[in-house]
Design a protein around this ligand. Structure first.
Ligand code: NAX
Length: 373
């Protein structure tokens, strides 16, 4: 009896002495469950950020571009980004004002903003570099002078990319002359695979689509297969011969070859100058828009049967354009961001002459920067 009572007392004592522990355990497991819910809900924001270096951050294109990257337009609404912005010392104060505005935009995806006048800082671990900064073309400055003035900038930036960028770095050159600047950057970054370098001709493509759509009374979304061939300059060739309007050959809808060869071509080729005349400033919002379009096309599969334009290394291209240039071609993107030139397109004698004229110009530009390659 004593023994039984002793056991009963011991059991009662034991359950009494465990009670605080059990309560504590329940509280802990509830907290753990709540933490798990919070962590799952925050999972999107735990994705590693993409680092995007943008040069020329105090300039007018960047003023549109940076904010659109920060709000998720480029890499999506769940992808955090870090902006790494490069400027030259005289423009750092202006850049600090842009940074204040980026901060004041309170964009949840924009995790950090790094600014520097040293390309090695701005390109550190960058996954993308959008090279917008460069010396502008001054009054009376020949194109060859501009090429010579900008070349050294892209030597330094190519070397810094080679040294500091992330293994998956991809580079879009916007600053003019963008094809040759891209060639210089690529040549000075020997450890980065050449197929990671692009120069922007997407603004020309967008301009060309808009002109065709207006002439045909169609929507820009109805225009497909319209690529820019060659240089981002007045020798560029917006090849209307492959273009479709609502899936029909453009020439069957716009039955006016003289308009296509003359008005259309020169309007697209001279559009930048027309905007400067009208606005007193060069294209900025449309250029930033085209940079976003370019990168989106480079990171996502192309629409079946359609293509887009960017200038890439011409080495081994299927259209007989000389190797060793950065030349704009129609491109398609496969499932794994595997960007390739569209092959087997018919090239008329007329198109061949236009393609050759732009190739010749690019070879002349290359001669002007031979010592930087
Ligand atoms: P801005 O003159 O407004 O801005 C250029 C910025 O680059 C300036 O803030 C300047 O301080 C900075 N900069 C100069 N040298 C630099 C360097 N070494 N490192 C970093 N930053 C440097 O020009 P914006 O209107 O923004 O145009 C920028 C470039 O885009 C120009 O070269 C322009 O010709 C070119 N464009 C290219 C287009 C294309 O389709 N590929 C179209 C639009 C534009 O014309």
């Amino acid at each position: 009896m004593y023994i039984m009572r002793k056991h009963a007392n011991a059991a009662a004592h034991a359950s009494r002495s465990h009670a605080p522990y059990l309560v504590f355990r329940d509280i802990c497991s509830t907290i753990a469950a709540l933490c798990r819910i919070v962590l799952v809900e925050r999972n999107d924001f735990m994705t590693a950020p993409i680092r995007i270096a943008v040069t020329g951050g105090a300039g007018q294109i960047a003023y549109s571009l940076l904010f659109r990257i920060g709000n998720g337009e480029l890499f999506g609404a769940d992808q955090p980004v870090i902006l790494q912005i490069l400027e030259i010392p005289p423009a750092m104060e202006a850049l600090s004002g842009v940074v204040m505005e980026l901060q004041d935009s309170a964009q949840p995806l924009l995790q950090n903003i790094i600014i520097s006048d040293d390309p090695r800082v701005a390109f550190q671990d960058a996954n993308w570099a959008i090279l917008v900064g460069g010396m502008p073309r001054g009054p009376g400055m020949a194109r060859s002078d501009l090429i010579a003035a900008n070349g050294p900038i892209f030597v330094a930036q190519g070397k810094a990319l080679n040294q500091c960028a992330a293994d998956d770095i991809r580079v879009l050159v916007v600053a003019n002359p963008c094809n040759s600047n891209c060639l210089v950057a690529k040549a000075n970054a020997p450890d980065i695979p050449p197929e990671r370098f692009f120069a922007m001709t997407r603004l020309d493509e967008n301009r060309a689509k808009s002109q065709l759509a207006q002439k045909a009374g169609a929507l820009v979304g109805d225009i497909s297969r319209l690529a820019i061939w060659g240089n981002h300059s007045s020798t560029q060739f917006p090849n209307f011969e492959h273009a479709l309007i609502n899936r029909a050959p453009a020439e069957t809808i716009i039955d006016d070859r003289a308009w296509l060869e003359n008005v259309f071509l020169s309007t697209v080729q001279e559009r930048g100058a027309a905007i400067i005349r009208a606005r007193g400033l060069s294209s900025a919002a449309s250029a930033a828009n085209a940079a976003l379009d370019s990168i989106r096309s480079l990171i996502s599969p192309s629409q079946p049967g359609d293509w887009f334009s960017a200038a890439i290394a011409s080495d081994g291209n299927p259209y007989g354009i000389a190797d060793g240039l950065i030349y704009s071609f129609p491109l398609q993107n496969g499932d794994n961001s595997n960007v390739e030139i569209v092959e087997d397109l018919p090239i008329s004698d007329y198109a061949r002459r236009k393609m050759r004229a732009s190739e010749t110009e690019l070879m002349q530009e290359r001669e002007a920067i031979r010592d930087l390659l």
